[in-house]
Structures are given as C-alpha cells and as structure tokens.
Design a protein around this ligand. Structure first.
Ligand code: ZN
Length: 130
C-alpha cells in the first residue's frame, strides 16, 4: 500500500440559506445526506466549498466514497453523488512533505512532487486527471 494521503471530497449537502428556498421533502433528504456525511467523518474544507475526508488508507477512502455516493442516492440529484471524488494529494518523494494541489515541486527540497491523482472509488485504481 502506498503512503499517499487521499482526499475524499463531496459537495456540501444543505447550504446555509437554502432552508426555505427548496421544498420541504428535498430539504429533509439533504439534511439526511448531510447527517450521513458527518457520520462518515466528512469535514468542511476551509478553502473550498466542499466537504472532505482525509485518510492514508486507500481502502478506507474507497469505502467512504462509496458510502457517500450511496447517501447522495436518496436525493433527486444523483449528479451530486457522482461528484464524490478521491484525489491523492501531491507529496514529496524525498522528504514526504505534503503539497498543495497545484504545487509541482517540493517547497523544502525542490524535487518534483508525486502528482495529484484521481482514484476510482470502485476499483481503487488511478485514473487519468481531468
Ligand atoms: Zn521534499
């Protein structure tokens, strides 16, 4: 197993201010999705409008991503569930420093980072970056 750190990302379920703007049945479903995601351990990402779950365990990342997709499946917007993604974070092969997603080189030793990689939640295999 590689030691990469994996980010499982999901769109947020019920955004602040959405209450009252969507019909009650949808609101309940989104609340349920939000509850399920919180239970799985998803946290709000400070930089982006998304929820993330971070782990060094690829198998766990796949399990969490599939569970998140299943949670989203109760809504009428399966597209949101399809956007649950797993991404390996850039990492320095020499010192192990974790990079930001657009860092090509390690900020400490200057060597090329192991690049970000998209992982298929169903197979755990790397798939081409979009
Ligand atoms: Zn380094």
């Amino acid at each position: 197993m590689s030691g990469r750190r994996y980010w499982v990302s999901s769109p947020p379920a019920l955004l602040e201010g959405m209450e009252g703007e969507i019909d009650e049945a949808d609101e309940e479903k989104l609340e349920a999705v939000g509850g399920a995601l919180a239970e799985l351990g998803f946290m709000e990402d400070r930089d982006n409008v998304q929820l993330v779950f971070k782990t060094r365990d690829l198998e766990q990342a796949c399990e969490v991503a599939r569970a998140a997709r299943a949670a989203w499946a109760i809504t009428d917007n399966p597209l949101d569930g399809d956007s649950v993604e797993i991404t390996a974070q850039p990492e320095c092969p020499r010192c192990g420093r974790l990079g930001r997603f657009r860092d090509p080189f390690c900020a400490s030793c200057g060597v090329p980072m192991l690049p970000a990689e998209d992982i298929d939640p169903d197979t755990g295999a790397v798939r081409p970056r979009r």
